[in-house]
Design a binder for this molecule. Structure first.
Ligand code: TRP
Ligand code: ZN
Length: 865
């Protein structure tokens, strides 16, 4: 293993040299690709430091200083650096090296994806392309020349504007791009290949025409329009909500099949995982459509929050990611259902982020130490980061928040800055003191908020005593009280909003470890707490069943109705876990029946309410988990609901299931509702009619949303119906790997004793490919994350299987290997025998000869080494 040393935020120093301009020449030639970089360096202030350039996985061919080729003794070369000493104030450095994109399976730097060259430089991939100060606070203007065979690579793309194009005599072309905006090297991109192109034009609010180009694999043009529409909507939305306009004459998106993450915001040339671009109704579900919309938005919004203003160092990653996630969330919420979007966001927090906070990898949204930066593209930095921005937004209000954004841009456009700079802009523009609030950036862990009530009838007073505790985390023992905004609404027993002192709906600011808030009210009220998930905390408060029965219909916040229903479910599932013969109370079905009956219930919301809480969200509420008891308790709750509501669910299905496909919000909501009913019915132990419904839906479906739902429902009922549907899907879609991912996932989640044999067989399917992260995620991550009974099989075979997969990926793609290990490092709540089995597997992996930094960081923290 290479030396794995941590870097610390506190050790930050400014770069010793700055670069004004850099010119890159790429001669694309398979395994022997040549990169020549020429950069103008100047000392950054008074210093006599050496110039230490980062560079890996390349063969250095030549170094020239101001045009003079340097002899080898004039520089020092290690596996990871090139160091030059005794340098003048200003100089030009030219470096020529050879790289191998063909055998680059790590998918960082320059690599070949299904025949097309592409790059991924964030976070530290540029150092695999050429020797450079690979850090985000070195900003330069890039000129890029690409030379490649014309026939195989008719499109040669890079950042900025194309400035020249020439046909060379040897069958190659040379294209030159210039990006007028200074940028860090992580935003550099190059693409070379043959594509189909969808073209469009967007006219900005100031009347500038921007050329839009979307590059997809040949034959995929019919799956491109949705992403293009999303892009134009994102451009318009950023103008109207944030007053931000696009700044170049061209915006390009390229879809590639081999990609480690979702997409990348390279200046003017986004590179996307094809999964996050391609969609038509035959092959993509409504959720795929919505996720594409949000990711296209996310990368577009980075143009201002990330590119025009970037990060000083990687510890500040949330500066761009938390803020950009907040922006893409608001985009999706303004375009679609606010409540359903909020539900998804909160699920990510509860099911994934809280678990990360409780794990050995716990870190604040601004981490303080890092071994491998790729390990910190996390739900904490992204999603908790967005929650922190959202709290500022709610404390300041939209107007003052937007003034803060304007101040942030006017101060920092063209700079590489810190999270503190962002908060300072918000503070200065609004006059709101955010001193205590800043702790959200430095403190890790999930605060626990406990509420106790007392109604003093004689005084007409409700007292709420609210306590926060901030339990220690793996990375940080001592915590301080945070500024926690808690949104509360008050109702009388008839479900009418009541005007207690301070308002029927209000936000109280908890800033101390314990505080008592008093409200004058003539009746003892019901109240709902932490409405709209006003802070990323665990709320400990037990609503009575009566309170929930009153509050759920009464709540004006659609999201909060769902939240209260979760509360009711979890409360009783907890009983069901303790006692396998627990009788679920009829109030659950009474509330559901009323919601189904009520024509005014938002259908998309009802679709969510009809989902019994997931395994992960139940786990989040418990300290220790008996895997089998949780699975059993969920099942009996489902059986209870189906038994009591069978007819209502069937008629709700019939009312909402549509024969012909349309794509608009109401149609999406109806599909979601019908399919929620279907999946619930399919979970039934006895209902045989559902087989007919499933079969008919599968046969008649004209869209992937209904097809996939039928397939999932069939996997629950099993038998020949399931086999036939899976076979038919395979016959129809074999060869279309993106669509086959859905099929792989349904297989992976099957609760079958044969699952490991099945997985082995599926790995031999012609569409499976170990080097493609989408395939690995579709099959193996789905198994590890969602097949609870089999992954956690008490023999340990599920853990050992995942261990073998990680061992294999450790050398081919360390970034993906490290992402896949999550279910093996979040074991604290499992029983002792399972923990022992997992630790044995982790210890085995830790001994691997060539363990990557990525895995080293996670396993060493987990085993506490
Ligand atoms: N900046 C990208 C985004 O959030 C994230 C990303 C894409 C990334 N590819 C990556 C991060 C590879 C690390 C490595 O939009
Ligand atoms: Zn991002």
């Amino acid at each position: 293993m290479t030396a794995a040393r941590a870097k610390y935020l506190k050790d930050y120093t400014v770069p010793p040299f700055l670069v004004d301009e850099v010119e890159l020449v790429f001669e694309l030639n398979g395994e022997q690709t040549i990169v020549t970089s020429t950069a103008q360096y100047k000392r950054n202030g008074q210093n006599n430091a050496d110039l230490v350039l980062n560079g890996e996985h390349q063969k250095l061919l030549q170094v020239s200083l101001d045009g003079q080729v340097l002899a080898q003794e004039k520089y020092q070369l290690t596996e990871e650096t090139l160091t030059l000493t005794e340098l003048p104030e200003q100089f030009t450095l030219t470096i020529k090296s050879q790289i191998d994109p063909v055998n680059n399976t790590a998918l960082e730097g320059l690599y070949l994806s299904a025949g097309a060259y592409c790059t991924q430089c964030e976070a530290e991939g540029f150092r695999r392309i050429t020797y450079y100060q690979d850090r985000p606070d070195v900003l330069a203007k890039f000129t890029t020349h690409i030379i490649a065979d014309r026939k195989n690579f008719p499109y040669l793309l890079s950042n900025g504007n194309k400035v020249s194009e020439a046909e060379l005599e040897d069958g190659r072309s040379k294209v030159t791009w210039f990006d007028p905006y200074k940028k860090p090297c992580y935003l550099f991109a190059l693409v070379a290949g043959d594509f189909d192109v969808l073209r469009d034009v967007y006219t900005t609010k100031n009347g500038r025409n921007v050329t839009l180009e979307l590059f997809v694999d040949k034959g995929n043009l019919k799956r491109a329009p949705h992403a293009m529409t999303s892009l134009k909507q994102a451009m318009a939305w950023d103008e109207s909500r944030f007053n931000l306009e696009y700044d170049l004459d061209i915006y390009m998106i390229v879809a590639v099949d081999f990609f480690n993450m979702g997409a990348m915001e390279n200046k003017g040339l986004n590179v996307f995982n094809s999964k996050c671009v391609l969609a038509d109704s035959d092959s993509a579900t409504d959720n795929d459509y919505l996720s594409i919309e949000s990711i296209v938005g996310h990368e577009y919004f980075h143009n201002w929050t990330g590119n025009r203003v970037t990060c000083r160092d990687w510890f500040q990653l949330s500066l761009k990611e938390g803020l950009t996630v907040f922006r893409d969330q608001e985009f999706s919420m303004d375009l679609g259902s606010r409540a359903v979007n909020r539900i998804q966001q909160v699920k990510v927090m509860r099911e994934h982020q809280f678990a990360e906070d409780a794990s050995p990898m716990s870190h604040p949204i601004r981490p303080e130490s890092v071994i491998e930066m790729n390990n910190f593209y996390t739900v904490t930095v992204y999603d908790k980061g967005a929650e922190v921005i959202r709290m500022m937004h709610s404390i300041l209000g939209e107007d003052r928040f937007q003034q803060g954004m304007q101040l942030y841009f006017s101060r920092h456009d063209g700079q590489a800055v810190t999270c503190d700079d962002f908060v300072a802009a918000m503070e200065d523009a609004s006059g709101v003191d955010l001193t205590q609030f800043r702790l959200w950036y430095s403190q890790s862990g999930t605060p626990v908020v406990e509420v106790e009530e007392a109604y003093l009838a004689a005084e007409n007073k409700l007292k709420l005593t609210i306590k926060q505790s901030n339990p220690p985390t793996a990375d940080q023992k001592i915590k301080q009280p945070l500024h926690i905004p808690i949104n509360i609404a008050f109702f009388n027993t008839a479900g009418e909003a009541i005007d207690v002192s301070g308002g029927a709906e209000q936000v109280v600011n908890l800033t101390e470890a314990e505080q008592t808030f008093e409200f004058s009210t003539e009746v003892k009220p019901y109240f709902s707490l932490l409405r709209d998930f006003s802070a990323p905390v665990k709320l400990v408060y037990q609503y009575s069943d009566d309170a929930l029965a009153c509050l759920i219909p009464a709540e004006s916040s659609q999201y909060t109705k769902w939240e209260l229903m979760q509360n009711l479910y979890i409360k009783h599932i907890t009983q069901g876990i303790k006692d396998s013969s627990y009788q679920y109370p009829s109030i659950i079905c009474d509330i559901l029946a009323a919601l189904i009956q009520d024509a005014s219930t938002d259908k998309a919301l009802l679709a969510e309410i009809l989902k019994v809480p997931s395994f992960a969200s139940i786990m989040e509420t418990m300290d220790t988990v008996d895997v089998d008891a949780v699975i059993q308790a969920r099942k009996s709750l489902e059986q209870f609901i189906i038994k009591n509501l069978n007819d209502q669910l069937v008629s709700c299905y019939n009312k909402n299931h549509a024969q012909t496909y349309e794509y608009h919000q109401d149609a999406i909501a109806k599909r979601a509702l019908a399919n929620s009913c279907l999946l619930l019915l399919a979970a039934s132990d006895e209902n045989n009619d559902v087989r007919t419904i499933i079969e008919t839906q599968y046969q008649n479906s004209d869209n992937m949303t209904d097809t996939l739902a039928a397939m999932q429902a069939a996997s629950l009922v099993g038998g020949s119906l399931f086999k036939d549907i899976m076979q038919s899907f395979d016959e129809k879609w074999r060869g279309d790997a993106l669509v086959m991912d859905k099929w792989f996932s349904v297989h992976a989640r099957c609760d079958s004793e044969q699952i490991l044999q099945n997985l082995d067989e599926l790995q031999n399917h012609p569409d499976f490919n170990w080097n493609n992260p989408n395939r690995v995620r579709a099959l193996i991550a789905q198994f590890a994350m969602f097949n609870h009974s089999q992954f956690h099989h008490k023999s340990g075979r599920g853990y050992q299987y995942l261990g073998r997969v990680i061992e294999r990926l450790n050398t081919s793609n360390p970034q993906i290997a490290a992402r896949m290990i999550t279910p093996l490092i979040q074991f604290k709540k499992l029983d002792e025998p399972r923990q022992v089995l997992i630790k044995a597997e982790l210890s085995r992996l830790f001994e691997l000869d060539n363990l990557s930094k990525d895995l080293y960081e996670k396993i060493s923290k987990t085993l506490d080494l």
